[in-house]
Ligand binder design. Sequence first.
Ligand SMILES: *[C@@H]1O[C@H](CO)[C@@H](O)[C@H](O)[C@H]1NC(C)=O
Ligand SMILES: *[C@@H]1O[C@H](CO)[C@@H](O)[C@H](O)[C@H]1NC(C)=O
Ligand SMILES: *[C@@H]1O[C@H](CO)[C@@H](O)[C@H](O)[C@H]1NC(C)=O
Length: 450
Amino acid sequence: MAGSRLVHLFLLILLVPSLRAAPNTTAVVSRIAFGSCANQSAPQPVWEAIVGFDPQVFIWLGDNVYGDNKRPSRVFGRERTVGPWRNVPRFYPATEEELRGKYELAKANPGYAKLRERARVIGTWDDHDYGVNDAGKEYSGKVFSQRLLLDFLDEDEDSPRRKQAGVYASYMFGPEGKRVKVIMLDTRYHRDPLLSDGTILGDPQWQWLERELRGPQSEMTIIGSSIQVVSNLSATTGPLFYVESWARFPRERERLFRLIDSSKRNGVLFISGDVHFGEIARFDCGAQYPLYDITSSGLTQSVENSVPAVFQSVMRLLAWLTPTPMRVFSPNCRHKSCSYGQPNFGAIEIDWNAVPPRVKIELRDLHGNSVDGVEFPISELKPSNAHANKKEGHSFEAHCSLETELPWLVRYRLALLFFGTIAVFVIAVALLVIACCSATKLFTRKCKMA
Ligand SMILES: *[C@@H]1O[C@H](CO)[C@@H](O)[C@H](O)[C@H]1NC(C)=O
Ligand SMILES: *[C@@H]1O[C@H](CO)[C@@H](O)[C@H](O)[C@H]1NC(C)=O
Ligand SMILES: *[C@@H]1O[C@H](CO)[C@@H](O)[C@H](O)[C@H]1NC(C)=O
């Protein structure tokens, strides 16, 4: 008896330190990396650059794998996937086994494995790893998708996150005075159909988010959303094409801004993914201080790599021509458009020793070089400072008017350019045909006369 008690005691002494060695959340966090949109079947050289940045935390923002399957784009034929006359969806979901296999492939990537050894990896999902392109609450495979994402993220078997509906979660890093809270949203599990102007988060997640924002304070609060929160790209690319974003659910977005504002929480900023390019946007009229949204997309997928190399400069020109009242233009950008259409990741550096502490947020390329960035004291994200800033004539409230408020000619510049080019082409062809016809007529008449 006494012997077995001694053994127990011995085991306890052995076990306690190893239990404590679990993630030390009180360690100072000063480097956080994030990214989205990684094709598990493609080479992923970006991990080398991310490991080089040496983050303590890495955040997945969705499309962590491309789980769904894609039919070839066909305008004609039996299975048409493109155009208003299409008869089959372009994307269809993977089976549970297929999705598991894709996650295993992603996890086995040597670069990613190296990062996992060095950094705490957390994350949420977007549509392609949730199940299928643009999917919401109606997707029937979401229960097994949730299990597979949480397996991929090494979530504990008994974690409450495995028992809730959706993958939203929050983390508090750092000691008193240097705390960083990370809130990961789930923009899929409860999302109403696009164009419904319904809910993105669903009631339980809204209540949870409110508790998280009103709960214990932190010097910085990073809210991770798979889809963009600030930019409304669709307003300036429609009717050519539309992308998902919070702005497509205007009432839900307003609710988010109101909640942040009324929570009086300091230091809130958004990070997002999804769109296959990187940009830094900022909305100055959502709360009492600027709300930044730093979009990094993708780790492998990018708008420029999706077209032949000769068209890359055209993509850059189009990016530059797309009007945006929210994007932050700064001399730090590699391109004039201040968007970045090649693979990239997000890098957040906090200088806790500066007085007052400062944060630098960058988008970095495959070599780890900065392509865009902003830097400011964290204290700039404080309700009380807003008015002082305004009085001093700072750039506060520079990013207030919405995309939908742009003058018509500016807002639809891309569409006008597109349809204008087509019109010019059609008119040119028509003129050519008319010219040919009258030439032939003239010729035949001359022949008859002769
Ligand atoms: C956790 O990190 C803090 C700050 O670096 C340090 O003071 C503390 O001793 C660490 N705790 C453990 C259990 O390693
Ligand atoms: C991922 O990469 C593979 C291999 O390059 C390619 O065949 C596949 O189409 C890519 N998937 C996506 C969604 O881009
Ligand atoms: C974003 O753009 C879409 C498409 O033009 C529009 O329906 C929506 O109301 C806009 N959202 C906001 C918040 O302006």
